[in-house]
Write a protein that binds this ligand. Structure first.
Ligand code: ADP
Length: 334
């Protein structure tokens, strides 16, 4: 799945790591999920057992990996990181599971992209901490049961609907992460600016928050671009003018939409006259995978009221027309 905001550069990755909150109390927003996790971890701690399996869903950059790290850190357990695309055979999963130490937290990102055969192995592993390993082929094949150390699985997915029901049902706790409010992103930025040594007055902070698409990862990334701008222009504190100049350079518009968001809106409004249009048609029109559009682009456009989903397809709202500066009379209202 494409995630334009995942840093590829190693220094950027290191900075992103350094900005990660290490405890639930430092984790900004998502109050309900935080409270639920706190209770879950506390109960496990009192009973001295690994916590229930946890499924986190939501668009990229909202804190799923961070929460998995916090779960491990707060329960004083080691953490193992893997991802669905890395598990292409049941054998990959068997190797991973059988090497876990008792109580270890296993994080599987994009858990919906695991191979089918591995998924089935995972059902038994999650339920009974046991797997069956097939040895041999054909008529002589036998399965050898193997006991595993108890572990906590933290699975992450962009949409929980992508998971087959039997897998989803085996998570004792599931949470959906929501986009963040501007004030919450301001908190994230305040903390990050302090850590990066950037002087960020409230007005500049609010401006970055407004343009961060409800996403902490984007807020941190935009802050780094503003920091670059300040370094190059030898400015001390970030003014709103500096923020605007830096962010305009990176194709982030006034309300935080990026190039792909705008491409989808433009296609919907201009090419398909406001819709309704099906996901696959839209995907071909903008040259982007349907899964990316559905999991990354649409949730935000729906959330800000620019797009609606109807049984007949996606439609643009009057607000979307206004943002693009297209007269709404052009549309065939449905
Ligand atoms: P995901 O796994 O959902 O794609 P991550 O957990 O990798 O997202 O988060 C991306 C970045 O955003 C991290 O570097 C982290 O610093 C920051 N971040 C995410 N959620 C929060 C939060 N609630 N409070 C502070 N920072 C956050």
């Amino acid at each position: 799945l494409r995630d334009a905001d995942t840093p590829v550069d190693e220094t950027e990755l290191a900075i992103e790591g350094a900005l990660r909150p290490a405890s639930l109390s430092e984790f900004v927003g998502q109050q309900k999920v935080r409270g639920q996790l706190q209770l879950l971890l506390e109960a496990a701690r009192i009973q001295q057992r690994p916590a229930d399996h946890i499924l986190l869903s939501g668009p990229p950059g909202l804190g799923k990996t961070t929460l998995a790290m916090i779960v491990a850190h707060e329960s004083g357990r080691p953490l193992r990181l893997s991802s669905g695309p890395a598990i292409q055979h049941a054998g990959d999963l068997a190797a991973l599971l059988s090497s876990l130490t008792p109580g270890e937290v296993l994080f599987i990102d994009e858990v919906h992209r695991m191979a089918r055969s591995a998924e089935e192995m995972l059902y038994l592993a999650m339920e009974d901490f046991r797997i069956d390993i097939m040895v041999g082929k054909g008529a002589g094949a036998t399965s050898i049961p193997l006991d595993l150390a108890p572990f906590t699985l933290v699975g992450a997915t962009t949409r929980s609907g992508l998971l087959p029901n039997p897998l989803r049902d085996r998570f004792g706790f599931t949470a959906h992460l929501e986009y963040y409010e501007a004030e919450e992103l301001e908190h994230v930025l305040e903390r990050s600016a302090r850590m990066l040594g950037v002087e960020l007055p409230p007005a500049a902070r609010a401006e970055i928050a407004r343009r961060s698409r409800g996403t902490p990862r984007i807020a941190n990334r935009l802050l780094r671009r503003v920091r670059d701008y300040l370094i190059v222009h030898a400015d001390g504190a970030a003014s709103t003018a500096a923020v605007d100049a830096a962010l305009d350079l990176y194709d982030v518009d006034r309300i935080g939409l990026d190039r792909l968001d705008r491409a989808v809106l433009e296609a919907l409004v201009r090419r398909f006259r406001g819709g309704p249009v099906g996901l696959s048609t839209l995907s071909v029109a903008v040259g982007e995978e349907a899964e990316t559009i559905e999991s990354v682009v649409e949730p935000y456009l729906v959330r800000i009221g620019f797009m609606g989903r109807t049984p007949r397809g996606r439609v643009a709202t009057p607000e979307a027309y206004a943002h693009l500066g297209v007269p709404h009379a052009d549309s065939v209202l449905r």
